[in-house]
Design a protein around this ligand. Sequence first.
Ligand code: FMN
Length: 200
Amino acid sequence: MKNILHIISSPRKELSASRKLGTAVIEKIQEKYPDVIVKERDLTKNSVPLLEEKHINTFFTPAENHSPEQAEINQYSTDLISELQEADIIIIDSPMYNFSVPATLRAYFDFTSRAGYTFKYDENGPKGLLNDKKLYIAFTSGNIYSEGPYQIFDSNVPYIKNVFGFYGVKDVSVFRAEGLAIPGIMETALEKGIESIVID
Ligand SMILES: Cc1cc2nc3c(=O)[nH]c(=O)nc-3n(C[C@H](O)[C@H](O)[C@H](O)COP(=O)(O)O)c2cc1C
């Protein structure tokens, strides 16, 4: 039995291309593993807060010294991290926003990137603590970034790969629906992105 965590970051609902692409990834996984359990973390509902001093102070205070407010902040963060720890497969719907990820996803990483939970440092440097997981990135964009002159503008897919690589997740597949704003490409971009999905 595999656990899937589906992380959603587009505030759009039925019109969202990244939700459709990410959902198509799940459906193809379900064809292969019919008994998977899917958990959704919709970052556009009850958004993760932007980091404030109280959050950072909490993360660097030992749990036994937490005030009631810090205990609540810590619980919120460790609940997000537990979902990642429990998942065998993680799917992130990741629309490109201003060459990067939506702010909600960025905020999510601020609450999940914690020493002792998702990574640690030892004498050899940083070491990821989320091992043996598979990550699928369902990337959508108005322009094209997989090739051509705008490739170097992409701070979305490489960034997510870096964060998860730092967490120890190295097995990553990326599926793209690109060119969603380009006439002549936009009409079939999502369909082609869905067709490109291969589950290993
Ligand atoms: C706030 C915002 C910023 C965007 N920035 C970019 C961008 O920098 N590059 C790009 O190619 N597309 C950009 N787009 C287009 C989206 O990446 C594209 O429409 C994507 O499909 C949106 O995902 P969704 O359909 O899941 O909501 C932007 C869209 C929005 C709403």
